[in-house]
Design a protein around this ligand. Structure first.
Ligand code: ZN
Length: 191
């Protein structure tokens, strides 16, 4: 297992549409090793998720995990989830404003409208079909990760660029309001 270097905004790999994998691609040592490295890299950087093109591999894999994350203290814990060829589909028209950050966009956060519920369909790392619904705050996380695989960064979806802020100023000026809204979403949806 190795930590991979994370591509930052401006690197063309983040703007590529990542390539779908076959089950044979997925079973290869190369791809299984990539998944292990993505999990290690996400944990090392305190990310809530990471997509393969963020570590310079433009294939359709992303991972999500929240375990008392210091970057996102209001996020509920979420078990390690590996998604291959994922598709997200909104299950509601309701949206909420999510204050997002990204390992590939250092030191910047901004408010992004996200659907309050999505159905996720994918394969797991063994190639088995998985499908589940995600509601609330975590629905935003899955939309963010799958966006990466289509070459989209959260900054592309920031509705009002005046909400962009540094992490320090987020904590100083915006964290308490957003954390209250986030906790209300979590109380309502359970995640
Ligand atoms: Zn990201």
């Amino acid at each position: 297992m190795a930590l991979r270097k994370i591509a930052t905004i401006g690197h063309p790999v983040l703007r590529e549409t990542a390539r779908a994998l076959t089950r044979e691609d997925l079973a290869s040592d190369r791809t299984q090793g990539l998944i292990d490295d993505m999990v290690a890299t996400m944990r090392d950087a305190n990310g809530a998720g990471i997509a393969a093109n963020q570590v310079h591999e433009p294939v359709r894999i992303c991972v999500v995990e929240v375990n008392k994350n210091p970057r996102y203290p209001y996020k509920p814990d979420w078990p390690l989830t590996v998604l291959v060829n994922p598709v997200v589909e909104a299950t509601t028209d309701e949206t909420f404003m999510n204050f997002e950050g990204c390992l590939s966009v250092p030191n910047l956060r901004g408010q992004v409208p996200r659907f309050a519920g999505v159905k996720v369909r994918a394969w797991d790392r063994a190639g088995s079909d998985v499908a589940f619904e995600v509601k609330g705050l975590m629905a935003g996380t899955f939309q963010h990760e799958v966006d990466h695989l289509d070459g989209t960064l959260f900054v592309d979806r920031v509705a009002d660029t005046r909400t962009l802020c540094t992490w320090a100023d987020f904590e100083r000026f915006h964290m308490s309001d957003f954390a209250a809204r986030a906790r209300a979403l979590v109380a309502r949806f359970g995640s």
